[in-house]
Design a protein around this ligand. Structure first.
Ligand code: PLP
Length: 396
């Protein structure tokens, strides 16, 4: 049976967030009452159209864009795919080269691999042990045939923030389009597409207390983009399909709340994250913080618990009412260590012993206290069962 929500300690806000009450209330009328198709010319349709337009204004305001530059999608994954495939397909250069990084989300990495299958060359720039890409490495990877750079803003596993504005200047100087996956930074820190110098930027509603299955791609005016679906003329011919009006309305409300609250939320959230991190690293031996602590979004910590299996820890903690995650992916029955943790130099064992804790708007001080009481004995118990030694391959 599922644990009562009130007792549960949810520390996985990077995976998804609960829909804010105000967001839910904004969405509800658009399911059954105001159900019109936003493309219909009658008044019922126009009600949907004006709700979509208002939401577009709010999402644009969150990222400093013009409303016409916002293309609604089914989420961050679709926005990333549209950015990479759409911009590369729109280019009529004969030789095409794309630059991205080794720590991108699979929505970008697998879209890049799909491009490789079409004969496009892709450079995956590596990162240092801090989980931050050196903008000079991006510059060095440029070639005359480079048409696109795609670098994420905040990493989903480590929380590390990339030097997007500097990479944006490099892209502009080289006259190369620049995409940024901002799914994990939107709502956690102020965002401005002009200050960042991006041409394309992905965001997702469910990471900012909005509904799942809706996101957006910012497309700077004048950036060529080939639609990836074929259908009607929705979203200015860039993404066909009847608009998900309730979802988009919810995204708009979530964006409005995020813009209003993100800086004050971040201050409170960082206090919780830091207390959790300090208590866990202080009370247990052989616990290491993965990634650069000085360059992270406020809510994320990724910890290696040497000698304890991450999957087993997630399950043991879940049984005690704590939700957190590993960056591991389960493929064909085997647990693959996180590509991000391997990219920053962890061994497969270290990567498999790492957990991500991500706190959020609804996290309370009491939850952090309870997590601090529950996690150390659970780690000790699993370590005692583990045949591995505690010696880490490297100290961080
Ligand atoms: N990009 C990043 C960095 C993410 O963290 C995620 C989701 O975890 C996505 C893209 C995909 O977004 P969505 O879940 O909306 O498809």
């Amino acid at each position: 049976m599922l644990r009562a929500a009130a007792m549960h300690i949810y520390l996985d806000y990077n995976a998804t967030t609960p829909v804010d009450r105000a967001v839910l209330e904004a969405m509800l009328p658009y399911f059954a009452e105001n159900f019109g198709n936003a493309s219909s010319i009658h008044s019922s349709g126009q009600l949907g159209r004006s709700a979509v337009d208002a939401a577009r204004d709010s999402v644009a305001a969150l990222i400093g864009a013009k409303p016409a530059e916002v293309v609604f999608t089914s989420g961050g994954t679709e926005a990333d795919n549209l950015a990479l495939l759409g911009s590369v397909m729109a280019s009529n250069q004969s030789r095409k080269h794309v630059i991205t990084t080794a720590i991108e989300h699979h929505a970008v990495l697998n879209a890049a691999q799909a491009l490789e299958k079409q004969g496009i060359e892709v450079t995956y720039v590596s990162v240092g042990s801090g989980g931050v890409v050196d903008p000079q490495d991006i510059r060095r990877a440029l070639r005359p045939e480079t048409i696109l750079i795609s670098v994420m803003h905040a990493n989903n596993e480590l929380g590390t923030i990339q030097g997007i504005a500097e990479i944006g200047r490099t892209a502009a100087e080289a006259d190369v389009y620049f995409h940024c996956d901002a799914v994990q930074s939107a709502g956690k820190m102020p965002l401005d597409v002009n200050r960042l110098g991006v041409d394309l930027l992905s965001v997702s509603a469910h990471k900012i207390y909005g509904p799942k299955g809706v996101g957006a791609l910012y497309v700077r005016t004048g950036t060529p983009l080939e639609p990836q679906f074929h259908g009607g003329h929705h979203e200015r011919d860039r993404r066909p399909g009847t608009e998900n009006v309730p979802g988009i309305v919810g995204f708009g409300k979530a964006a409005e709340l995020a813009k209003m609250n993100c800086e004050t939320d971040a201050v409170r959230i960082a206090v919780f994250r830091d207390r959790l991190e300090e208590m866990l690293t202080g009370s247990l031996g052989s616990v290491y913080v993965n990634g650069d602590r000085g360059r992270r979004v406020a809510n994320t910590t990724n910890l290696a618990f040497a000698g304890a299996g991450g999957e087993a820890l997630v399950i043991a903690l879940d049984l005690q009412g704590i939700s957190c995650s590993t960056g591991a992916a389960c493929s064909s029955g085997a647990v693959e260590p996180s590509h991000v943790l391997l990219a920053i130099g962890l061994t497969a064992d270290e990567a498999r012993s790492s957990l991500r804790f991500s706190v959020g708007r609804a996290t309370t001080s009491d939850e952090i206290d309870r997590a601090i009481a529950i996690i150390p004995p659970t780690v000790e118990r699993l370590r005692a069962l583990s045949p591995r030694t505690l010696a880490p391959a490297h100290a961080r």
